[in-house]
Design a protein around this ligand. Structure first.
Ligand code: BGC
Length: 749
């Protein structure tokens, strides 16, 4: 029955196309293409090439380009030499493109593409090192090319609004300024390799619960101040080539057919010139989707047809095949989509094909991946991203001379938990788990023992019986009791923390709190290490824990990075890109999560993360921007001065000194406080940061330039950014709650 329907459809489509092509009045369209057609000339400006190519295309060819031809390929037009854009998932490295997450991640999947597994997004955000993120983008771009692909589906710049989002590990944290800086850096890195990034997911995609059906109710100011800035910056500063729309609805409309989001904001307000690609299976109509500004529906072809008929997809709310050419052409014929609109869609795709260079220099593949340079970037990211949260009595770094035995314990100790689950999961060639890393650096000097302590919840049923649990716990306490130091590595894994569903609870998985408590009882010299992308509840053990590290999901080099930090071969410099609340209920979004009747009200508005905790005086477990070092930094001499000959910008400078005995790096944070605003504003907002490397005793001057945007809020009445003239306070510090220096400045009218 389905086959008959498809055949009838195809005949109708051909008929419709023939009629339309004839009626389109496009004289060039059917002509043979001369060898020297201007669009083939790499020396001509991109706009000219696009215009020339467009006028040679039939309407049918144009319509074909609006939907993919496979799971990860756009449609080629061979007659004109238009290549298919070959995509691969990301963003934490290049993921195999064999099919949906379910297929690609399945153990039985025969397609094994092994690439460098870079640290998770939240881990990279914890480095606060935009240069490093740009290098990571470049390294990933190199691997995309080496594999003969053209496009990487990342970065993810959705804000980590609340602790339970299954994809918090992919995001760059809770602050729009931080996410914007890192998103821009990643995109610049990828694009510098002639590889196409896809900035995702536009917009307000901050929970996985019913991700296709959930409707976010949100006001315009919050959109502009919290959820849009990373997208805006990527368009304005990096000229990002593609943006992926989100699954969810915003104010009643699916993002894929939201004219306000795609046309009015992204394309008009921000000036986006690239193309919008749908998230996989997130289209629900033909004309409304195209007219809203969707340029390319993914996936396409047989894979898309298989997807929409699979019971699993139907249940989750996946939908697609709406932009297949027959459907698009029928709407054009009916007058519901204009040819001008189709021309705009196609021009955008062509522009990216020319701009990226894939038309003139296709990526042939066959290159090397996981090169020493790429691995070095992954290791540096993992190392810089580790956050030292507690270090009583300077327990860390471990003095190898005094320590003879270390017990390494926990469900995340002897397995490399490189990332969370879903489409971002990368298969590395090799990965170093914490135990490997510690053994590698301890060498012969220190005896390293290992005990599981507790099985990872849901991973291995054999570990989940009362007997097995009692045995594992006893082995752990025995090992810890005999060791000079215990290192307990806890957290989640990619089946508990993943795309597709939210994390059940902020509490650690079953038995892990008890494991920490039991180990700490037998050995007070215990280091707890968190290996997870979401915040966790620590109330049961935090007061007894002398040393605490967060290594997030550190990618394939995570264990090596951890060992370097533990033994002091590297000095921790990571800072929290998210507030760690004491309990889930403290989160400003908790009262409105996951929503009611498939609607989630963003009632906290602009008060996300520290904007809420600091303004409303709610004590977090650890504040945004917090992270300790093995050395000490002193801040002094803050000065503000107007930039000479500038357009109202202000210069803020201060001195940072390494007052300790070890080399180290400090992330200096700059917040702006608006003391005279008539409208409600958070007590302060991050508007600058710098990671400064300092030798013992060394002093450096840090310099920040604040433009008007740094003082502005979004005025919903005028639908514009506004900075009120008057006195502002600038605050420089080591976290949102550790402000070391303050100054004032007078913003001119
Ligand atoms: C995810 C995207 C991903 C796409 C393709 C979707 O489920 O939300 O981030 O790029 O699948 O795998």
């Amino acid at each position: 029955m389905r086959r008959i329907f498809t055949a009838v459809h195809a005949v109708l489509a051909v008929f419709a196309v023939a009629t339309l092509a004839l009626g389109s009045g496009n004289l060039f369209a059917q002509d043979a293409v001369p060898k020297d057609a201007p669009y083939k000339n790499a020396h001509l400006p991109v706009d000219q090439r696009v215009a020339d190519l467009l006028k040679r295309m039939t309407l049918e060819e144009k319509a074909t380009m609006l939907a993919g031809s496979g799971w990860m390929e756009s449609a080629p037009i061979e007659r004109l030499g238009i290549p298919s854009i070959k995509m691969a998932d990301g963003p934490m490295g290049v993921r195999s493109w064999a099919g949906s997450s379910a297929i690609t991640n399945a153990a039985s999947n025969p397609v094994r593409v092994e690439t460098t597994s870079f640290p998770s997004g939240v881990d990279m955000a914890a480095t606060w090192d935009a240069d490093l993120v740009e290098r990571e983008g470049r390294a990933i771009g190199e691997e995309v090319k080496a594999l003969g692909r053209d496009m990487i589906l990342g970065p993810t710049v959705n804000i980590n609004r609340q602790p339970l989002w299954g994809r918090n590990f992919e995001g760059y944290g809770e602050d729009p300024y931080l996410a914007a800086r890192l998103g821009v850096a990643y995109i610049k890195g990828v694009q510098s390799e002639g590889v196409i990034p896809s900035l995702k997911h536009f917009a307000v995609n901050n929970e996985e619960f019913e991700r296709h059906r959930i409707d976010v109710t949100i006001d315009e100011r919050t959109l502009h101040e919290i959820y849009f800035p990373a997208f805006k910056a990527a368009v304005e500063e990096a000229d990002v080539w593609t943006v992926m729309s989100a699954y969810n609805k915003v104010n009643g409309v699916h993002c894929g057919e939201d004219k306000y989001l795609l046309r009015d904001v992204l394309k008009k307000e921000f000036g986006f010139k690239g193309f919008v690609v749908s998230d996989w299976g997130s289209t629900y109509s033909t004309a409304p989707t195209v007219n809203a500004g969707m340029d390319l529906e993914m996936p396409g072809g047989p894979q898309a047809r298989a997807m929409i008929t699979s019971p699993r997809s139907i249940m989750s709310g996946n939908s697609g095949t709406w932009l297949e050419s027959a459907k698009v052409l029928a709407e054009v014929k009916a007058g519901n989509i204009t040819e001008t609109t189709i021309d705009d869609n196609v021009s955008r795709i062509l522009r990216v094909i020319f701009e990226s260079g894939i038309f003139d220099h296709p990526h042939a593949g066959g290159g090397e991946v996981d090169t020493p340079e790429e691995r070095a970037v992954a290791l540096q990211g993992a190392t810089e991203g580790i956050v030292l949260l507690k270090n009583e009595g300077e327990m860390l770094p471990l003095a190898a001379a005094k320590i003879h035995t270390i017990a390494v314990i926990g469900p995340n100790a002897a397995v490399a938990r490189t990332g969370g689950g879903g489409s971002s999961l990368v298969r590395p060639k090799h990965a170093i788990d914490p135990l490997d890393g510690i053994r590698g650096l301890a060498g012969d000097r220190v005896k390293v023992s290992y005990a599981l302590g507790v099985g990872m919840e849901g991973e291995d049923p054999a570990q989940d019986t009362p007997e097995a649990r009692a045995k594992a716990l006893k082995e752990a306490t025995d090992a810890a009791g005999q060791a000079d130091v215990a290192v307990v590595v806890v957290g989640r894994y990619n089946k508990l923390e993943s795309e597709g569903f939210d994390v059940k609870t902020m509490d650690l998985p079953a038995g892990q709190d008890e494991l920490i408590e039991a180990v700490e009882k037998v050995n007070p010299r215990t280091v707890v290490v968190l290996n997870t992308g979401d915040p966790v509840t620590m109330s049961k053990w935090i007061d007894q824990t002398p040393a605490l590290l967060d290594m997030w999901y550190g990618g394939q080099e995570g264990g090596a990075a951890l060992a370097k930090i533990l033994f002091g071969d590297a000095n921790p410099s990571g800072k929290l890109p998210v507030t760690l609340p004491k309990k889930f209920e403290d989160s400003p979004a908790a009262a409105n999560y996951p929503g009611k009747d498939l609607e989630v009200k963003y009632a906290e508005g602009i008060y996300v993360g520290y904007r809420y905790f600091d303004t409303k005086n709610v004590e977090p477990q650890f504040p945004f921007g917090f992270g300790l070092s093995y050395t000490k930094f002193e801040y002094s001499g803050l000065q503000t001065s107007p930039v000479k000959g500038g357009k109202g910008e202000w210069l803020v400078t201060a001195k940072i000194r390494n007052a300790g005995k070890r080399a180290g790096a400090e992330v200096v944070e700059l917040y702006v406080h608006d003391g005279h605003s008539k409208i409600d504003r958070p007590v302060h907002e991050l508007k600058g940061f710098k990671r400064v490397e300092l030798q013992p005793g060394e002093t450096k001057t840090v310099e920040f330039t604040l433009d008007r945007a740094a003082f502005s809020f979004w005025n919903p009445a005028t639908k514009a950014w506004q900075a009120n003239a008057g006195r502002f306070e600038v605050q420089m510090g080591a976290s949102s709650r550790d402000i070391r220096l303050k100054g004032t400045l007078e913003l001119a009218r």
